[in-house]
Design a protein around this ligand. Structure first.
Ligand code: C2E
Ligand code: CA
Ligand code: CA
Length: 405
């Protein structure tokens, strides 16, 4: 009985899959008990009993061979479904030696099952069925946890459970809001808010990041059109607002990503210059790819910001070739400014450098009025931080724009 796309329920005694069938799905036991058995020469051998948290059915997915065993629900059982693409995608991302090892281990395991059937070894299944993949218990629960979370994330994306919050950027010189950064939020039905870092790291391990990235872009562009329309009523003639959207390295490796962005921006009726794509220095591993990608963005009219400047794989060389518009000075430098004269001098130097090279500057992590004052004095254009505004829902942003922010 199908409950939804991600879980399946089986009544006590129901067959989940049979030996010899082709397999498209693997499962994680959510509740109940599953018996794994194999039949050879008309005798059925029980290979193991699986309890909640255990993974099974993965072998047929990985090596495309028929099921070596039968799985039956011993009591009423709920299973989380893992599809072939999910496993294969991760396998394909694995280091080649590791991939080869997995195939060797599966092959050896299949031979082991055959021997056990033939009565050559009855000790083969002494360990629990779930452990014979040779992964240690810790490793297995980590993998199972990840696969479950990945499914939850897919479900969240399908059910519009992912939210986009907007953090205002202040024009430090005029005191008006200049634009926003779109920041993803996941309100998990049971676990509450999940950190965007955790969510993005998980999404980046798979191609989920592509869908999530497009989802954020679509919402951000639509919301920005709404905010701009309101702004035009309240402050006609003020500089247009912009929205910064974070981009991951997987996204820039997709050939048609820029075309898809262009479609989204056009559909939202937003001028391309109102979208600012934020790239980080951690992407610079493939620096030439980033250089080309930024050029293509610029040709489309999008703005580009280098995020978290001064951290990660920073190299002054990047500033020479990257055709970006904006440098966002990382919050760690701003945080230390109030405690250290040296840190303040470093920020002054970074701002001067950015200006000399023609970049607009954003200071991140402004948490006090003193921070804002110090940056105004340095002629920084834009500031972002809790003192100016926390990331918030579109409705709250709209309210403040109505009041002239
Ligand atoms: P980021 O791009 O550097 O975003 C700024 C982060 O600093 C946000 O954290 C924001 O809430 C936080 N922040 C802003 N002002 C202050 C402040 O005054 N003090 C402090 N302590 N923190 C401040 P958040 O929302 O947790 O996002 C974390 C990271 O997750 C982001 O860092 C970004 O790398 C990533 N991220 C968020 N949304 C997306 C997305 O849609 N796509 C991608 N690829 N990454 C995203
Ligand atoms: Ca950012
Ligand atoms: Ca940042």
């Amino acid at each position: 009985m199908v409950q939804n796309l991600y879980t399946r329920k089986f009544k006590a005694g129901a067959c989940i899959f049979s030996q010899g069938e082709d397999g498209d799905l693997a499962y994680i036991v959510e509740s109940g008990v599953v018996k794994i058995s194999a039949t050879e020469k008309n005798a059925s051998v029980t290979l193991g009993m699986l309890n909640p948290g255990q993974l099974f059915g993965e072998m047929a997915l990985i090596d495309d061979a028929p099921r070596t065993a039968t799985a039956t629900a011993v009591e009423d059982t709920v299973l989380t479904i893992i599809n072939r693409e999910q496993l294969i995608e991760r396998l394909n991302n694995a280091e080649p030696t590791l991939r080869m090892l997995i195939h060797v281990i599966i092959e050896r395991y299949r031979t082991g099952i055959k021997r056990a059937h033939a009565g050559n070894s009855d000790t083969f299944f002494d360990t629990s069925y779930g452990d014979v993949s040779n992964a240690s218990g810790d490793m297995q629960s980590m993998i199972v946890g990840k696969l479950k979370q990945e499914n939850e994330l897919r479900r969240a994306l399908d059910n519009n459970e992912l939210l986009v919050f907007y953090q205002p950027l202040l024009n430090v010189q005029t005191g008006l809001w200049a634009g926003f950064e779109a920041l993803i939020r996941w309100r998990h039905p049971d676990k509450g808010y999940i950190s965007p870092m955790e969510l993005i790291t998980l999404a980046e391990e798979t191609t989920l990041i592509i869908d999530i990235g497009l989802y954020v872009l679509r919402l951000a562009c639509e919301d920005m059109a709404t905010l701009q329309a309101e702004r035009d009523k309240v402050l006609p003639g003020a500089a247009p607002l912009f929205v910064g959207v974070n981009v991951s390295s997987k996204q820039i490796q997709e050939d048609d990503f820029i075309e898809r962005i262009a479609e989204i921006v056009a559909q939202a009726g937003l001028p391309p210059t109102s979208l600012k794509l934020e790239i980080t220095e951690s992407m610079m591993a493939d620096y030439q790819l980033v250089v080309r990608w930024v050029k293509r963005c610029k040709a489309r009219g999008f703005k580009v910001a280098i995020d978290d400047f001064g951290t990660g794989y920073s190299s002054m060389e990047h500033l020479l070739e990257l055709d970006a518009d904006t440098l966002k000075i990382d919050q760690i430098f701003i945080k230390r400014m109030s405690q250290s004269e040296k840190a303040k001098k470093l920020v002054i130097g970074m701002v001067r450098l950015a200006k000399a090279l023609g970049f607009t500057t954003v200071a991140e992590g402004l948490e006090s009025k003193e921070d804002v004052d110090a940056l105004r004095e340095m002629s920084v254009e834009y500031g972002q931080g809790y003192h100016i505004g926390k990331p918030q829902m579109i409705s709250d942003v709209l309210e403040q724009i109505k009041q002239g922010a």
